[in-house]
Design a protein around this ligand. Sequence first.
Ligand SMILES: [Fe+2]
Length: 292
Amino acid sequence: MRRRGGIVAGYLAPHPPHLVYAENPPQNEPRSTGGWEVLRWGYEELRRRLAVHKPDVLVVHAPHWITMVGHHVNCVPNPRGISVEPIFPHLFRYHYDFATDVDLAEAIVAEAADAGLVASAMRDPGVRVDYATIGALHLANPAWDIPVVSLSANNNPYFYSDAALDEMETLGAATARAIERTGRRAVLLASNSLSHLHWDREPDLPEDMGVERPFDHHQYAGDMELLQVVREGPTERLRAAIPKHIAATQAETKAGSLTWLLAAMGWPAIAGDVLAYGTVIATGNAVVEWVP
Ligand SMILES: [Fe+2]
């Protein structure tokens, strides 16, 4: 039986470095005693489902490869290096070595440019891959045995201005056309946390779950309101719910990864499946699956 191409699933796949640290993979230098188990069990379920989808490629949009001019796509065939989380270098120093689906990466650049976006193929093997890209990819597929396409964020999630998500609609549609044109069977990963206020002090043991909790009730309630819409569906309702959630909780979805993912899937008339929710240094994080 010939397998169907196109986008077969999309995941909200947040990247707190703490989750990778807690897993103790051989690629990460620091060692932990665990922590944040419920979120990591959600990722274990994501991996089981990903294995069933059997994608040709994982396409990831991440908020910490910030490109101030245009949308960049990593076209380096075999990115290799060490990814370091600048605020938590004691938790995340990750040795990566993976394969890029260069044909699809170049097709996304072309489709984005055709759609009127400023788009650029990044071909410098010396550019260090950011921890949000590596974190989501590791947590979704720690075996790294599926080729990758990595997209930059043409904004800064820490700007105070309102989110400008319109371009993510265009980039999502361009991504979908490129996947269609190349005949790939693709899974999309949106590497975003939800509510994004966090502590400025760390316990002596970073994975001390005795102090892990939501930043406050307002942030938690904002995340639950969004996840209620996710769980009820259809995704069309999220067009209004995402900006409202960003305004209420400083959500990292301001970087546009979630809007890109849903736009690429054509805002399907389905509900999302929340596999886990938990806080990491007080930020809200959900692992969610949409199967169009
Ligand atoms: Fe982040």
